[in-house]
Design a binder for this molecule. Structure first.
Ligand code: ADP
Ligand code: MG
Length: 297
């Protein structure tokens, strides 16, 4: 009996290590395990699951697109994660699947394709004027998970300087992290709201008003009326202020110029109403300016 024990135990340990080192002869396997924040001692216990992870990733290299994904759960790959003294394996969305999933977290009204695809990794960093905004963006990403009541930006500045791109890239990133946003191109959003009276007006209006993050793009480019100023914009902003919901704006107008734009006529009453909107925007945001070269051509 004693003899048998001393024979069985060393053989078992030897075979686990052996199969791990054998698997490491495969370049893909050894490169993959090097990227994991898990000690070799622990990895040795999970060789066959790790081999499955590597095999799935080899297949992913020739990805035929999500619809044709050859894996049993389309768009998901087996992934190891350290959990105390164990390694657990679960199916995690691949990069293609994540691209699709994030789009469920963001609603765009009348927004161009390049804005939908805006990515913080692609933000030009060649221009010093952008640095304070880039810094704001990275702070926002770090802090929003802990504090949902962060102030947004009122980003003003020259035409084509990248205002819309920068805020959209931030919200696309937040969507990838599971945070829901609505982006509206303001002049067209108003037109759409007007034409949806009696149909899905309430749904569209409430979606923007109540979104955890709302981005009103190009405010000041609309033709102002007392209806859109007081009934639409005024009510949306009032609600968002009371609920402490993060709101962003971009505009070619400074807040001072926007106040003038919203006054429509110079009658005293209109001025007070315009002032009220500006006060709400100031409560919701910090004003920043981006003057840079026109990137539209
Ligand atoms: P603005 O809103 O200030 O008028 P946009 O954000 O629409 O300007 O930018 C103009 C063009 O330049 C867009 O086509 C956009 O895709 C591109 N662009 C602007 N900023 C960047 C950036 N930081 N990185 C990549 N592309 C950008
Ligand atoms: Mg813009």
């Amino acid at each position: 009996m004693e003899e048998l024990k001393s024979f069985v135990q060393p053989k078992k340990r030897y075979s686990l290590e052996d199969s791990y080192h054998k698997a490491c002869q495969d370049k893909d396997f050894s490169n993959y395990v090097k990227t994991l924040p898990i000690s070799e001692e622990m990895l040795i216990k999970y060789t066959s699951s790790l081999e499955e992870c590597v095999n799935m990733r080899k297949i992913c290299r020739n990805c035929p697109g999500i619809k044709e994904c050859p894996h049993s759960v389309k768009g998901y790959v087996l992934t190891p994660e350290k959990d105390n003294k164990r390694v657990i394996f679960s199916y995690v969305a691949c990069s293609k699947k994540r691209e699709i999933l994030y789009k469920d977290n963001i609603t765009y009204f009348e927004v161009s394709k390049d804005i939908k695809e805006a990515n913080i990794k692609d933000i030009y960093k060649d221009d010093k004027a952008r640095l304070p905004i880039i810094k704001y963006i990275s702070e926002f990403i770090k802090s929003y998970g802990k504090d949902k009541q962060l102030q947004g930006l009122y980003l003003t500045g020259s035409f084509g300087s990248g205002k819309t791109y920068l805020i959209s890239a931030l919200l696309n990133e937040m969507a990838k992290r599971g945070v829901k946003s609505v982006i509206v191109y303001y002049p067209d959003f108003l037109r759409e709201l007007k034409s949806s009276f009696g149909e899905d007006f309430d749904e569209k209006y409430n979606q923007a008003k109540k979104s955890p993050i709302l981005f009103i793009d190009d405010i000041g480019a609309e033709s102002c009326s007392s209806w859109n100023r007081d009934e639409i914009l005024g009510s949306i902003l009032q609600y968002r202020m009371e609920e402490h919901l993060t709101t962003f704006f971009t505009s070619n107008l400074s807040l001072k110029e926007l106040e003038k734009h919203l006054s429509i006529t110079s009658s005293g009453e209109e001025k007070v109403k315009a002032r009220r909107i500006i006060e709400r925007i100031k409560q919701l945001t910090t004003e920043m300016e981006l003057v840079s070269k026109n990137r539209r051509d």
